[in-house]
Ligand binder design. Structure first.
Ligand code: BGC
Length: 394
């Protein structure tokens, strides 16, 4: 065949060749799309985590987003056992404290990663009154009731349902807390949805409904260490909290009822400062808490909107965490009761200050302080609360 001679078959061959090329290019593209973290889809997988002492199966769900950020949640206590987010160089590391075994979560967990309910933080003398009726709770923290009592929401097995979209991936956890459980009135149906978003945020949506007037204050209790689980104390991390006031406490960590101005105290985090700068200040309140263990009264433009409450930053790794919430309060706890007796998922033991909690909430002991925002939930009303922990690099 002469060069340049027009031939239909030759033309067909050319089309065939370019189709072949096209399919190769497409195959390469598909491969790149599937393997590139930018285009990989969010996913959720489930494995058996273990069995509780009383024989209930516990599953672990792994949620991964398109950037490779990953959170592991178990159905026992709705506990986040691991949360891997990138540092400024793109290295993923687990930034929450935890254990490797279910039995440790069952027997010695200081609420690592857990869902807290029915009532986050303390209720004085384990007692409150509602509609003229007195209720007695379990006194599991000296004479006070802490984090829901002996068997709070951190120690129950939740029903789980996967929720997935293209960019976000989620896990819906449900639990029915029956009337009288841990002394609280009303059958309370609780739903908590954890969503891992495409922009590296963990969104937590809480809803609850009751058939009798009750009190509810739900929160999440991860101990964060932006330098990495087991990397040492969090004192060099920088915190900013959007609060002009906080609630001082008595010797048993019950709020006195006062809303104190943070100006001139170690509680002034309105401008970012290292956590270490005030933790040994000798301030009476810091001494009572053995560090920070206080509720901040968040400045809010709108009572119910999702607003930025705090920003935590680790200069060593460049990891930052924004905290957004619809709640009026934020409990800042610097892991003061970690005393080196727990060996955790890092493989080493945890000493004081190796993790910190930023628990979005209504104020502690609100049922006994009528001036605090109310935690009462009435039949027919829906408890609704949202918190976002968003991870960034700076
Ligand atoms: C409380 C601490 C308590 C800790 C339990 C925090 O929310 O404020 O006082 O010791 O939870 O791990």
């Amino acid at each position: 065949m002469k060069l340049g001679y027009y031939s239909p078959s030759r033309r067909g061959g050319a089309i065939f060749v370019s189709l072949k090329k096209l399919s190769t290019v497409l195959a390469i593209l598909m491969f790149l799309l599937a393997t590139s973290p930018t285009f990989a889809k969010a996913s959720i997988t489930k494995t058996v985590y273990g069995k509780t002492g009383d024989g209930k199966e516990v599953n672990e769900y792994t949620l991964t987003n398109s950037n490779g950020a990953e959170v592991k949640i178990i159905t026992y206590g709705g506990i986040i056992t691991s949360l891997r987010v990138p540092d400024r160089n793109g290295n993923l590391d687990n930034i929450v404290l935890g254990f490797n075994k279910l039995v440790d979560y069952e027997t010695k967990n200081p609420y690592f990663g857990a869902l807290i309910g029915r009532y986050g933080n303390r209720i004085a003398n384990a007692k409150f009154a509602l509609d003229g009726k007195d209720y007695t709770l379990a006194a599991n923290n000296g004479s006070n009731s802490l984090h829901g009592g002996n068997k709070g929401f951190d120690k129950v097995v939740w029903e789980a349902k996967e929720v997935s979209g293209d960019a976000n991936v989620g896990l819906e956890l449900s639990y029915l807390s029956s009337d009288g459980e841990e002394g609280y009135p009303g059958n309370l149906t609780v739903k908590v949805v954890y969503t891992l978003t495409a922009d590296n945020a963990i969104k937590i949506d809480y809803t609850a409904a009751t058939d009798k007037a009750t009190v509810v204050n739900l929160t999440h209790h991860s101990y964060f260490n932006l330098g990495g689980n087991g990397s040492g104390p969090i004192y060099n991390e920088v915190l900013q909290v959007n609060a002009d006031k906080y609630t001082p406490v008595d010797a048993t960590l019950i709020p006195t009822g006062e809303l104190a101005d943070v100006t001139g105290t170690p509680f002034d985090f309105r401008n970012p400062k290292t956590i270490g700068s005030g933790i040994r200040s000798g301030d009476e309140q810091v001494v009572l808490g053995r560090g920070y263990d206080h509720n901040f009264v968040l400045n809010r433009a709108d009572k119910t909107a999702l607003e930025k409450a705090a920003y935590l930053y680790d200069p060593a790794t460049g990891r930052g965490m924004e905290v957004w919430t619809t709640e009026p309060g934020l409990q800042f706890y610097t892991g003061n009761f970690l005393d080196g007796t727990l060996v955790g998922s890092s493989g080493g033991m945890y000493r004081q200050g190796e993790g910190l909690c930023l628990e979005t909430q209504h104020f502690p002991d609100s049922p006994n302080h009528s001036a605090f925002p109310s935690t009462e939930l009435k039949p027919g009303d829906t408890y609704q609360s949202t918190t976002i922990y968003k991870f960034v690099v700076d």
